[in-house]
Design a protein around this ligand. Sequence first.
Ligand code: SF4
Length: 364
Amino acid sequence: MKYIDEYRDPQSTRKYAEAIAQLVTRPWTIMEVCGGQTHSIVRFGIQDLLPDEIELVHGPGCPVCVTPVDMVDKAIEIASYSDVIFCSFGDMMRVPGSKSDLTRVRARGGDLRAVYTPLDAVKIAAANPQKQVVFFAVGFETTAPANAMAVYLAKKQGLKNFSVLVSHVLVPPAMKAILSSPDNTVQGFLAAGHVCTVMGTHAYTSLADTYHVPIVVTGFEPLDILQGIYMCVRQLEDGSATVENQYERAVQDDGNTQAQDLIEKVFRVIPRKWRGIGTIPESGWALSDEYSSFDAQQRFKLAEAATEEHTECLSGKVLQGLKKPADCPAFGVTCTPENPLGATMVSGEGACAAYYRYRKERVV
Ligand code: SF4
C-alpha cells in the first residue's frame, strides 16, 4: 500500500541499520516518546536490527496508559447516572478503574457510546436535549484540537447539556521531568511526530539546550524510526544537541497555528497527575475560565479520591525508561492484557501490552 509499504521497505530499513552500526562508537540510550513508536519498534523488531551499543527505552507517550485511575473512576461514576449519555474513544472503554470499567457500566444498562470524534458527541447532545451528554476528553496535544473544537461549538450552539471530562496531558513537561530525574539514563529522544504536527517543534528547543540532549522529531513507520535513530546517534557522536525534524512530510516548525489558537482559547495549563508517574508541573490542560461551565467535574460535583497502583507494578518506571516490561515479575504471569495490573498493559500502545503481543515468547 503506497505511503505505508515504502516506509516498511526491508532493503531501505537494513541500509539505515547498517549506517547506524557504522556511526556508533560507544553505548547510547535513546527514548522513543510515543506509544505508537514503541508499538512499531516492538512489532517490527527494530531493537534487534540495531548494534548492541544502542539501547531503546520506552517513553510515557501512551495517552490511555497515563490517564489516572481516579479519572477513570470519575468517568465510571458519571456514566452510571441514568440521565447521562457517556461518549468516549473506544480504547478507553476497557481501561480498568479501581473497581470496574466502562464496559461493565454498559453491561449494567448504562448508555455508553464509542465515538470516532468528539464532534459526534456534540451532535448526540443536540439530538438528545433531555439527556446530559459527556465526552471523555483524554490524550496528548494530538487530540486537543478536536476536543477544543467540540467545546467551542457546543458553546456557540448554546448547548446546555454537553460537557467534557478533561484529562489532557502534554509531552514536553514529561520529557523535562524525565531529564530532571537523578535516575535518568536517557541521552537522546525521538519526539512524537504527530504531537509536533499540532504544536510545532519550538517547545523542544529549550529542552535540547538546557539538558544538552538531541531531540529528533520522528514518525511512526520502521524507516522513520531508523532514520530518527540515525539522526540522533549522529548528534550524540558529534556531541551536538539540537532539535531535528525527521518527519518533515507532516511537521512544520510552527505546527498548526490555528489549532494552537483554539487550544489556547478553550484550555489553560495546569499540573496534571500521570498514571504510574505522579503529578508533573504544567503538564496538562483543563478548561479555561471562559469554558469552565462545560467541565463535567464541576457539573456533576465529583469528589477527589486517592487511588494507588498495584504494588507489584513497575509501569511508572517503564514509562520513564528506567525498566523494560521483561524486568517485571508479573509480566505475562499475573499481568496480561485481559487482566492488566498496571498502566502500560491497559492499552495496545503501552509498552507491556506491545511486548506481550509481539515478543511474549522471547521475554517470559
Ligand atoms: S507487566 Fe503489568 S505489572 Fe508489570 S510493569 Fe507492566 S503493567 Fe505493571
